[in-house]
Design a protein around this ligand. Structure first.
Ligand code: HEM
Ligand code: NAG
Ligand code: NAG
Ligand code: NAG
Ligand code: NAG
Length: 345
């Protein structure tokens, strides 16, 4: 028996067909598979609140805990996309991202593990490790931003709304980390290229570099810059001389891995625009920071964020974090929800 089909005017058929195609492709990163704000609203309503509580506790205990959480999300997104690969442990046959050289002192894995444990208790098998990284980064930077922490920015105390709905990958490779992560000695062309390969613009590059308003570094990350930058074993000429002298005194032991260098001396626990002031004074810690002055667009933005009200930067930072959080994500039925973030299921 033939099913009676209502004759549809052709103007309706095309949109309908497109909608069908879109829903079929829904699991490939479009349609249903898209990230969205509040992905866990029904499946785990307290997910974001639980992450916030544990991040707040960690930062309360140790105010320097905010920076590593922000950095982890960046390292995750730049290697294979934001799919939690930065959290996977090495195995006998495989050296994972976290054991690659640019891991340089990645930290805060324990905070992520605590969050995961709490979430598995509340809503087993629901919240991905990749999303935990994205939410925790948002919370860490929110707590470090004065106007936000004081409740003068948003009702919920967030710097920006974080998209969720990521799923976890199953591959983590040290080699890929080395290949994909920007290097502190990178010049502007290389930085632009690396960000472009993740669909991130010159603006994203400049804004996200502002993350270096919080946190610390260690001597090996700038050793070459202090003593061995050119063939004549000079220091990096783009580094302010007095500042270079000061850093050389602090990093006098070759291969010193323990001395901590504040990104922004005296203010490395508050997220603000102080970083851009340092960059214009050639006192950014890394060559890659100073490199932002070597392109008209990025340079213009550095000065704009230095000179505009802080809200300009804060608003743009939220936008660029959302952009970064979309890089190479797995959605829909791709990947898995890891039970423990350090191991694939
Ligand atoms: C533009 C290219 C970038 C380069 C070359 C770079 C490089 C570095 C290096 C070398 C360190 C210090 C590691 C150490 O010596 O312990 C560092 C720390 C840090 N980076 Fe970046 N980074 C870049 C972009 C970003 C982005 C996009 C974010 C986040 C959105 C970020 C967030 C951080 C944070 C928060 C720290 C401090 C971590 C801590 O205190 O433990 N960085 N970065
Ligand atoms: C996974 O790696 C982390 C740090 O790299 C380490 O602290 C932890 O003990 C490892 N977990 C297991 C179960 O091996
Ligand atoms: C980073 O990699 C080094 C080896 O390159 C390793 O010794 C160290 O444990 C790693 N750090 C973390 C946090 O896994
Ligand atoms: C200086 O840099 C050169 C070239 O990168 C390297 O071969 C050499 O080992 C470095 N020397 C020191 C003392 O770090
Ligand atoms: C960049 O955008 C293009 C087009 O939307 C997409 O196909 C590609 O997967 C994106 N790349 C990354 C790394 O997200």
């Amino acid at each position: 028996m033939a099913v009676r089909v209502l004759p549809l005017p052709p103007v309706l058929v095309l949109p309908l067909l497109l909608a069908l195609v879109a829903s079929v492709h829904g699991y490939g990163g479009y349609g249903d598979g898209k990230l969205r704000v509040g992905f866990y609203k029904d499946s785990c309503p307290d997910a974001e609140a639980i992450v916030r509580e544990i991040v707040a506790k960690a930062v309360h205990k140790d105010p320097t805990a905010n920076a590593p959480l922000l950095r982890l999300h960046f390292h995750d997104c730049f290697v294979r996309g934001c799919e939690g690969s930065v959290l996977i442990n090495s195995t006998k046959g495989n050296t994972a991202e976290k054991d690659a050289k640019p891991n340089h002192t990645l930290d805060a894995f324990d905070v992520i593990d605590d969050i995961k444990e709490a979430l598995e208790k509340r809503c087993p098998g629901t919240v991905s490790c990749a999303d935990i990284l994205a939410i925790a980064a948002r919370d860490a930077v929110s707590l470090a931003t004065k106007v936000v922490a004081k409740g003068e920015w948003s009702k919920d105390g967030n710097l920006y709304e974080v998209e969720t709905g990521r799923r976890d990958g199953s591959v983590s490779s040290a080699k890929e980390a080395v290949k994909n992560l920007p290097d502190s000695f990178d010049g502007i062309r290389k930085l632009i290229k690396r960000f472009a390969s993740k669909n991130l613009s010159l603006k994203d590059l400049t804004v996200l570099s502002g993350a270096h308003a919080i946190g610390k570094s260690h001597c090996p990350s700038i050793a070459k810059r202090l003593r061995n930058f050119t063939e004549n074993r000079d220091s990096d000429p783009t580094l302010d001389r007095a500042y270079a002298d000061r850093l050389r005194r602090r990093c006098w032991r070759p291969k010193d891995k323990t001395t901590e260098l504040e990104m922004v001396p005296g203010s490395s626990e508050t997220f603000d625009t102080a970083y851009y002031g340092l960059v214009t004074k050639r006192r950014g810690l890394f060559h890659s920071d100073e490199a932002l002055l070597r392109n008209d667009v990025t340079k213009g933005l550095v000065y704009r964020y230095r000179d505009s009200p802080e809200t300009t930067f804060l608003r743009d930072f939220g936008v660029s974090m959302v952009n970064m959080g979309r890089v190479g994500v797995l959605t829909g039925s791709q990947g898995e929800i890891r039970k423990k973030c350090a191991f694939v299921n």
